[in-house]
Structures are given as C-alpha cells and as structure tokens.
Design a protein around this ligand. Structure first.
Ligand SMILES: Cc1cc2nc3c(=O)[nH]c(=O)nc-3n(C[C@H](O)[C@H](O)[C@H](O)COP(=O)(O)OP(=O)(O)OC[C@H]3O[C@@H](n4cnc5c(N)ncnc54)[C@H](O)[C@@H]3O)c2cc1C
Length: 506
C-alpha cells in the first residue's frame, strides 16, 4: 500500500493554502466562504456535524428484507465479559470491530435493531475509509469495489451549467490505491462489512439494546434491555446521532461554531434524499460516471449514479438525488415534488437544450431530513480511578451535512483508528506522558473538527444563489480550481487522506 503523506504534496499544499487563503481574504464577497484550509483552524474545543432526520416518510429504519433475514446468524449467547463492547453495528461500529478482530482483541458487537439498516443514507466511501479498511481487510475492500462506481472526479456546476470545479480525485493516484470516491449505497457497504465480520468470527448481537452502564473494578458493567449484563474494559459508543452511550456518559454535543449545546433550529438546512429511476434518454448533462452537484438555485441538486442489485435493465438508471431545500419539505416527498425541483433548478432547467430536463420515471424511496454541525466535547472518557473507558465514534461523536460525502468515511476511520489505539493501549507499557487513548482522543477530535468545518464551508457554496455575492464566490472557486495544487489540495481534503497530517493537542 502506498503512503498518503508525500512531501511533494505537502509543499504544494502549503503553497496552495497560502494562495487560496489570500484569494479568500482579498475578496469581501467571500467573507462567509470560510474554506477550511487554514492550517491554524484546528481547535479541539469544538467541531460538529449531525444528521438529525425529521420524521421520515416511511419508517426510517426499514424492516429487514428477506435477504437480510437470511443473513442473520444463528443466535449467539452474550458472554459475561469481554475486552471491548462496541455498541452499534453501523459502519463505524463494524469498522472498529473488524480492526479489533484483526488484532485478536476480544470484542462483543451489539445492536438494538433486528438486522442492519437498509434505508437511503450515504452514497459513497472516500479513499481514506477504503485505505483504513484495506489495512486489515483487503478482501472486504475488493468486495466493496465490485459493488460500486469509482467517481474519479467530482464536478460542481452552476445554474448556467458552467463547470465551477472539477475535483480531480484521480490526481491522488500517487498517494493511494483508491484515487476516487466509491459510489455505493450505505446498506450495500454495511452488508459487505457484516459478511467480513462473519468471516472473522465476530457475531453481531442484534436485538440487544444497551440501557445503562456503570464502572466497576473490572471495567464497565453494561446492561441490556433483556436484563443481561456484560463487563468490558472499553465501551465504544457507535450508536449513532441519538447515542445512548453519549447520554449515559454525560458527554455534551456542541455546535462547534458557537460552542453552545447543539440544538435544533429552524435555520438548520433541510434536504430531501430520493432514490430514483430516471427515464431514458438521460441527458448528457447528468453524468453516469461521477457525482455532480448543481448550485446556484438556493440549494444543491446532487446526483449520484449507483449500481442496482436488480437484473431488470430498467433499473440501470438508478440514481440517488440529494436536494437542498430552503423550506421544510413535505413529510412525504413524492415524485411530483422531486420533479418540480429538477424542473426549476436541475440540469437543463435554465439552459434549454434539445434534451430538456431529466425525468424521474419512478421514485423508489424519498425521505426528508435536516442537519446541523455538531461535535462532542470529548471523544474519550475514563471512569475516575478505574480501568474503564468510554469512547464515542461515528455519528455518536459528530454530525455534518451530506455535502462532500464525509459522514460515513469519518465514522469508518474513527472506528479503524480506535482499534489500533486500543491495541496500543493494551500492549504498550504505561509511562509518563499521554497514552494511546489520549493521543487517539485528541487526534480524532481535531480531525472531526476539520471535517465538520470543511462541510460547513461547502454548504455555503451549495446554499448560494445567483446573487452577486454567490457569483463572486463561484468565480473564485472557478479560478482556484484551475490551479493544479489547489485542486489537488481540495481533493486531498475531501478524500480524507489529508486527515493523516492532523495531530491534535494532547
Ligand atoms: C438521509 C441521510 C443521508 C446521508 N448521506 C450521507 C452521504 O451522502 N455520505 C456520507 O458519508 N454520509 C451520509 N450520511 C451519514 C451516514 O449515514 C452516517 O454518517 C453513518 O451512518 C454513521 O454511521 P454510524 O455507524 O456512526 O451510526 P449509525 O449508522 O447511525 O449506526 C448506529 C447503530 O447503533 C444502534 N444503536 C443505537 N442505539 C443503540 C443502543 N442503545 N443499543 C444498541 N444499539 C444501538 C442503531 O440501531 C444503529 O444500527 C447520511 C445520513 C442520512 C440520515
């Protein structure tokens, strides 16, 4: 595996940072365009990101499909004790459990659900997460690659269909085996991760909801809704945005921009996520090989092509759309609602061509949700005087808007890195100075802060209209994106590979 910290890139990065920062500072129109490339913006004190779904149109967590039910392993009894109890079998918890299993660290993975999620959520995995998984489970990554479409570029266009930015992820080929964002649905990625866990001999204990946990001399005693208990030295809260572990540990979730407790606000941006089959012919301005974001209409119109499981040829036009909306969307966004947005601010809506606007033939699923930036005040907590640790990872620790496709990758990297930190913590002799858990906590907090602020900056562009300020900002992006080092720096950050450079303050 190639390393992702090439000195040439770092030099280019420094140059690009200063030039882009200069451009930004010189333009009053960009006052609000805080592209988080300034090296000094690491601040452990805050960060954030959250997916806070509104009540969904259908049960947000769909019941298990027949194939999921077949996949569910025979009931395995919970042991009375383990080293690590991972709470939550989403991508973050599974990445952590896989990393622990690869290091032969005893782990118990529990989840309150009957089976894995199969709802519409993330659409892609960044290179950083593929690298993290590949380090211990290369077969898993091979399987994931076979399920997805490598988006080697990431294009942003405005309402006039001017290409503002073509992010060249393929330029990262000298630093990663995965110079692209892999487009695949989250539920498919999770399915592959569950198969990898099963191959590693780690069962998932479904229907196993944590209700409380308390420190003891032997570690934390975790209690489940069933009345069973389990003792574990490390409790990993990978239990999503509404984390029970975070609540029980009394760890605050903050808005990183205000440092106030993260709380819903009418100003939180809303999105509609829609899985659709598009009608033939698909116009050429809707790419089938990459993500495209259209901005300028007051909310993004993101399209991502996905591979369908179905042999039905009609399903080859399977896309997921993320539509940023200025107002609260209906509780059940229907085909007409989605089409109306495409008709007013999708590709072909303003620039008229013979192809017209893309037509949605069938709406497979749609949900509305809103987001706000959030980050826990700390990711690791030790029970006083005890060898009992609580760690929060993934959405339990942070949340951000879908812009830039960062959430799932960040959680996977949290989980994979935590497994390595626990291994080091268990095996390295205790000495003066910070231990592996302290270093992990500081680093991942700083990484999450960077990602959340990066996403907030991208959101400013995506929320923009065609007013002079937005146009000025878009012009700067257009110009900056044509400077090769700047383009590569942005690709480096979006891919998550740049997070390797972040240390955090211990
Ligand atoms: C609509 C939507 C669109 C999204 N789009 C993107 C995108 O484009 N790109 C991207 O990268 N990310 C996206 N995300 C975010 C991404 O889905 C999350 O970042 C990711 O799911 C986080 O994974 P996780 O494992 O941390 O948490 P989750 O996936 O939420 O998993 C948490 C698990 O914990 C379990 N659990 C909860 N409480 C308990 C308990 N008390 N006891 C036991 N188990 C419990 C739950 O059942 C669940 O299975 C999107 C999210 C949403 C909602």
């Amino acid at each position: 595996m190639r390393t992702a910290d090439g000195p040439g890139l770092l030099t280019a990065k420094a140059a690009a940072l200063s030039s882009l920062t200069d451009i930004l500072h010189q333009s009053p129109a960009l006052h609000h365009c805080r592209i988080a490339v300034a090296a000094g913006s690491r601040d452990n004190g805050y960060s954030a990101d959250i997916y806070a779904p509104l009540p969904p149109t259908r049960p947000f967590i769909a019941p298990p499909s027949p194939s999921q039910l077949r996949e569910m392993p025979a009931e395995t009894a919970l042991p009375e004790a383990t080293t690590v109890c991972v709470v939550g079998a989403g991508p973050s918890g599974m990445a952590c459990a896989l990393g622990l299993a690869a290091r032969s660290i005893p782990v118990v993975l529990v989840d309150a659900l009957e089976a894995g999620h199969n709802s519409s959520r993330a659409i892609g995995i960044q290179a950083s997460a593929l690298e993290a998984l590949n380090a211990t489970h290369p077969q898993l990554v091979t399987d994931l690659l076979s399920d997805g479409i490598p988006s080697k570029t990431f294009t942003t266009i405005d309402l006039a269909e001017r290409e503002l930015l073509r992010l060249r992820l393929y330029d990262l080929a000298q630093y990663t085996q995965f110079p692209f964002m892999l487009l695949l649905t989250q539920h498919k990625a999770e399915r592959r991760m569950r198969a990898a866990l099963s191959a590693a001999g780690v069962p998932i204990h479904w229907n196993t909801r944590v209700t409380s946990y308390t420190p003891s001399d032997a570690g934390h005693v975790v209690s489940f809704a069933s009345g069973q208990t389990l003792t574990a030295r490390y409790v990993v809260g990978a239990d999503g945005h509404h984390s029970t572990i975070r609540f029980l540990a009394g760890i605050a979730l903050l808005n990183p921009l205000t440092r106030q407790p993260s709380a819903p606000s009418p100003a939180d941006p809303s999105f509609v996520v829609a899985d659709v089959l598009l009608a033939e012919p698909i116009p050429p301005n809707l790419p089938r090989d990459r993500i495209q974001i259209m901005v300028g209409g007051g909310g993004m119109v993101l399209s991502a092509p996905l591979l369908s499981d179905s042999p039905n040829p009609r399903k080859k036009n399977f896309f997921r759309l993320y539509l940023g909306v200025g107002e609260t969307p209906p509780s059940s966004p229907d085909l007409a609602y989605v089409q109306a947005i495409l008709d007013t601010r999708g590709p072909g809506a303003v620039v008229k061509t013979e192809h017209g606007v893309v037509k949605v033939e069938e709406l497979l699923h749609a949900a509305r949700y809103r987001t706000r930036p959030a980050l826990v005040e700390k990711m690791v907590q030790r029970a006083e005087g005890r060898e009992a640790w609580t760690v929060l990872i993934g959405d339990a620790a942070h949340g951000n808007a879908p812009a830039g496709g960062q959430g799932m990758a960040l959680g996977i990297c949290d989980g994979a890195e935590l497994a390595a930190a626990i291994h080091e913590h268990l095996t390295a002799p205790a000495g003066p100075g910070p231990d592996a858990m302290d270093v992990y906590a500081a680093r991942r907090h700083a990484v999450a802060y960077q990602v959340v602020t990066l996403v907030e900056d991208i959101m400013q562009v995506e929320k923009g209209g065609m007013d002079w300020k937005s146009r000025a900002r878009n012009n700067v992006i257009w110009a900056a994106g044509r400077v090769a080092p700047v383009n590569r720096l942005l690709a480096w950050k979006i891919s998550g590979l740049g997070n390797k450079d972040i240390k955090g303050k211990v």
